[in-house]
Design a protein around this ligand. Structure first.
Ligand SMILES: O=C(O)CCC(=O)C(=O)O
Ligand SMILES: [Fe+2]
Length: 268
């Protein structure tokens, strides 16, 4: 079940897409429990589970209903290059509106569509692990701003009630939904409004050839992942021309040898 024509139309038009309830309650509960402990009692977890994407949250690395969308938005060769989780209490926030307009984060990570195919450089997937109502304060977007021809206008950049752009919007969805957006869409994580926390995992996916975020996953977390999931963190290259034909950095090749993932031993 790849992206429908309606989903493609919607993502291209607005820059984001909600796939409701891709996770079952049985899948959600252990991840919420893990994030609760990561944030409040990390010592109670084995070292390999003390951060995403380890432990129960590893389910989110390669969820089929997410992977199939990424293959249509980015291409067949995709890496997971950054991930974090939130346990956001009332009043906490991620920050102001950012992104949008012709100045994409960098052209190689930009948003484009040609010959009926989307080529998005970097796509964020938010896994909402609680039910979300529109007024809760989940991720907000200025639809269409990922392909705006003029810089974001200051009149449309406020999150303050009463001063918000008429275009600023968010979503409502059941727990376990996946929200996809191109990083070039103007977006923000505004002040959380609900008494109960927002629990979410935010993954950034990009083309196999590129790398935006410096890898920060702890080696013991990576070591705890099965090889098929480690493949999402393989080194960012396409072809090795020392062989004829060239060696391709495919998942199959990664699984067939014991090559490490991206370097994780560097200092900040
Ligand atoms: O916390 C949020 O809702 C948005 C975070 C954000 O800006 C991002 O993931 O790029
Ligand atoms: Fe952001």
């Amino acid at each position: 079940m790849a992206m429908t024509e309606e989903e493609k139309f919607r993502f291209d038009l607005t820059g984001f897409l909600v796939r409701p309830a891709v996770l079952t309650p049985d899948e959600i509960a252990p991840i919420v429990e893990q994030i609760d402990r990561i944030k409040h009692d990390p010592e109670s977890l084995p070292a390999a589970h003390r951060a995403v994407p380890g432990g129960p949250s590893s389910l989110l690395i390669d969820h089929p209903q997410v992977t199939e969308v990424l293959h249509e938005l980015i291409g067949p060769n995709v890496r997971l290059e950054g991930t974090f989780c939130v346990w956001r209490s009332k009043g906490e926030w991620a920050g102001e509106l950012h992104g949008g307009g012709p100045q994409q984060i960098d052209p190689i990570f930009g948003y484009r569509c040609s010959n009926g195919r989307i080529h998005a450089g970097m796509v964020r997937v938010v896994f909402e692990l609680t039910d979300i109502a529109k007024e809760d304060g989940a991720t907000h977007f200025i639809p269409g701003s990922h392909k705006a021809n003029f810089p974001m206008h200051p009149d449309h950049m406020s999150l303050e009630p009463g001063r918000r752009s008429e275009f600023l919007t968010s979503y409502e969805c059941p727990a376990g939904s996946a929200i996809f957006f191109t990083e070039n869409l103007c977006h923000a994580g505004p002040h959380w409004q609900r008494d109960t926390p927002r629990v979410a995992v935010l993954n950034a996916y990009a083309h196999l050839a590129t790398h935006w975020h410096r890898p920060t996953i702890a080696p013991e977390v990576m070591a705890g992942l099965p090889r098929e999931k480690q493949a999402w963190f393989r080194e960012p290259w396409i072809a090795d021309f020392r062989t004829a034909p060239a060696t391709i950095n495919s998942v199959e090749r990664f699984l067939d040898n014991d090559e490490p993932t991206v370097r994780l031993d560097h200092q900040p």
